[in-house]
Write a protein that binds this ligand. Structure first.
Ligand SMILES: *Cc1c(COP(=O)(O)O)cnc(C)c1O
Length: 371
């Protein structure tokens, strides 16, 4: 049987039509009309005033952290169980990342550990929604308000989802998204910064565009980046956004089919379908091996590969990153849940092009590996 890749996107809407429009009109750069259209429509979908598209989700974090004015002497609290982009943006801005462990059930940041990590230098919280369920935002926002902290929300993995009925990505003073090929909607590579704050939006637009000045274009008061998104990517984004509701429904059906097929299998922790504040959107379908299972995630992934099933390991915690240790960060930090997730967790094929027949084949293979 053919190999089942861990992710394959679905590109069956207006993608081709809009891309051809770019070619026919000659608009391929960031000056093209799809860029603003994508920014406006995506911001509207999340209920925010401004969308600033960028080259990718990591760039969105870089822009957001600098736009918020975070820098040397400032501490930012974030989950240890996340992608390097989050910590990298903080470190590159000269600020200091401070991490909390993961919740063993939702795999999101342990909100109840945040307050203990606050010091007089703490300036911001970076909330990162992980794998399909949002962070428990209400208590986190309460902490932020009481301690006068800025909230940065990384919603890269939760397009179109809600927390207690309100769109994910609408909570932070600033929020970020990625449109990498494995996200719910994709532009191949791409990202977006969202905010309701006019001044912050202007700052993000400037930072993504080399901090060119309107009056004296080639005279710079500040260093920015060229993180612009092109019209071709934005054309894909507009077409993908039209399908977001369908995509989300499909992701949920896929997650339910996996859970139905795997719920009896001994030794596996499956994703929670729901919490009291949100339903799982199954950005990816993760599995965590119980302590009693005599092999680790790396071994399980090897065995699945031999059966033609693509997988990915879970995130490796920030407090165990060699590059961050070399900078003197996280000495002595211990976060047992994230450490266990990293070694016992992996995810199985979760892309939108996956068929029910393929899902059933993955289920059968996982059962064989666990038997
Ligand atoms: C994918 C992702 C990113 C990075 O996005 P890229 O577009 O790959 O740079 C950042 N944060 C989270 C939580 C992600 O899942």
């Amino acid at each position: 049987m053919a190999f089942i890749p861990v992710n394959e996107p679905a590109l069956n809407g207006n993608e081709k039509k809009y891309l051809l429009e770019c070619l026919d009109t000659g608009w391929i750069s960031s000056e093209g009309p799809f860029v603003q259209r994508f920014e406006t429509e995506f911001a509207q979908r999340v209920g925010r005033s401004h969308g600033i598209s960028v080259a990718n989700g990591s760039a969105a974090l870089d822009v957001a952290v600098v736009a918020l004015g975070l820098g040397p002497g400032d501490e930012v609290i974030l989950p240890t169980f996340t992608i390097i982009s989050c910590a990298a943006a903080i470190v590159r801005a000269g600020a200091t990342p401070v991490v909390v462990d993961a919740d063993p059930h939702t795999w999101n940041m342990a909100v109840d550990q945040v307050e203990a990590r606050i010091t007089p230098r703490t300036r911001a919280i970076m909330a990162v929604h992980i794998y399909g369920l949002p962070v428990d935002m209400a208590p986190l926002l309460d902490i932020a308000q009481r301690h006068h902290l800025t909230m940065l929300e990384d919603a890269a993995e939760l397009h179109g989802q809600t927390y207690r009925g309100r769109p994910c990505g609408s909570f932070g003073d600033i929020s970020t998204f990625s449109f990498y090929a494995n996200k719910h909607i994709t532009t191949g590579e791409g990202g977006m910064v969202l905010t309701d704050d006019d001044a912050l939006a202007d700052r993000c637009r400037s930072l993504r565009n080399l901090c060119f000045q309107p009056q004296k274009r080639f005279v710079h008061e500040e260093l920015g980046w060229n993180f612009r998104l092109g019209n071709l990517q934005a054309a894909l984004g507009v077409a993908q956004l039209e399908q977001l509701n369908t995509f989300l429904a499909r992701k949920r059906a896929m997650g339910q089919r996996y859970t139905e097929g795997l719920k009896g299998v001994a030794g596996l922790q499956l994703p929670l379908a729901t919490t009291d504040y949100a339903d799982n959107g199954y950005w990816v379908y993760g599995l965590v091996l119980d302590a009693a299972v005599p092999f680790d995630a790396a071994e399980a992934m090897q065995r699945l590969k031999a059966k033609g099933i693509g997988t990915r390991p879970f995130f490796w915690p920030m407090h165990e990153q060699p590059v961050l240790h070399k900078m003197g960060l996280f000495a002595g930090d211990k976060h047992p849940v994230a450490e266990r997730l990293a070694r016992r967790g992996f995810y199985i094929p979760s892309g939108l092009a996956l068929t029910d027949a393929q899902i059933d084949q993955v289920i059968a293979s996982v059962k064989e590996v666990m038997a």
